[in-house]
Design a protein around this ligand. Structure first.
Ligand code: GUN
Length: 288
């Protein structure tokens, strides 16, 4: 069994992004910028946003967090997003999810200009992903694909079982795998007999937020296990959705939690923001 070391790969990608940022600063005097919209007091969201900000600082991006109170109106957030759409210092806009119940999340995600949609959540970019066109791809599934590529794992023709059908992880994960010629099954909360599906899989990719959902009797010998879950166990430790101790004895590769997919998500946010900055710099140059 081999560990898929997301932490190490993320570090390598961060260095590449840093080098590219320095080059951009020299060549065109531009600094990639990321704006984050954070609404309310959810501690997990605040922690994720703090990690994203720190990563931006490490690679030399400009970053700004719009910290908004829980009871803020839809209109006030919309105004902020429109302002960020027009701000030339901002290349990427990220609305941290989930938002409070009174907010229309879909409407906000659709308001972000697709060129700054570094989370890949705008229907324009979702459509480009499902049709196999270039665009912005959600960071977590993109990070999984990078991690597989780093270990020369080709998904072509492989049976992949994606467990979880969210817009953030499961659905884009399935699209990326399909675009890479995998055979893809998507299982979810209403799937009857999950084990029947996972047992058939060469690669299991799970991100639903249920501790120990994937147990050793659900995994075939030599399978590849990608754990996208992040949960806080009773003892305070971070754990994924896979029973790591027992499943790791049976599989060929597995991602740990922490240190697997999590760091890759952050590094893909950095590379998506860099990509947006380059596109925006090119557009500004062409318009001159
Ligand atoms: N909430 C949980 N994951 C994510 C993510 O990747 N992006 C955003 N914006 N919010 C999230």
């Amino acid at each position: 069994m081999q560990i898929l070391d997301g932490k190490a790969l993320a570090k390598k990608i961060e260095q590449e992004v840093t080098d590219e940022v320095n080059r951009l600063k020299e060549v065109c005097g531009c600094t990639p910028g990321l704006a984050v919209v954070l609404v309310g007091q959810d501690p997990a969201s605040a922690a994720y946003v703090a990690m994203k900000k720190k990563a931006c600082d490490r690679v030399g991006f400009y970053s700004i967090t719009h910290d908004m109170p829980e009871k803020i109106s839809q209109e006030a957030i919309e105004k902020t997003i429109m302002m960020l759409n027009n701000d030339t210092n901002v290349d990427g806009i990220l609305i941290q999810l989930p938002l409070p119940a009174h907010i229309d999340t879909t409407k906000l995600l659709e308001l972000v200009t697709p060129e700054k949609d570094v989370d890949g959540f705008h229907p324009f970019n979702v459509g480009r992903l499902t049709t196999g066109l270039d665009g912005f791809v959600p960071c977590t599934p993109l990070g999984v694909m990078e991690l597989l590529a780093e270990y020369n794992i080709d998904v072509k023709g492989k049976n992949c079982c994606v467990v979880g059908a969210s817009n953030i992880v499961g659905k884009p994960m399935a699209s990326l795998l399909l675009n890479a010629d995998a055979t893809v099954e998507i299982c979810h909360i209403f799937t009857d007999d999950l084990k029947k599906h996972t047992l058939n899989a060469d690669i299991i990719l799970v991100g639903v937020g249920v501790i120990n959902l994937i147990k050793e009797d659900m995994v075939k010998d030599g399978a590849i296990i990608i754990d996208i879950g992040i949960n806080r166990a009773d003892n305070g430790k971070l754990v994924g959705d896979v029973d790591f101790e027992n499943v790791s004895k049976k599989c060929s590769y597995i991602t740990p939690v922490p240190g697997g997919v999590g760091p890759m998500t952050i590094s893909m946010l950095l590379s998506n923001t860099l990509k947006a900055a380059k596109l925006n710099a090119k557009k500004i140059k062409e318009s001159k």
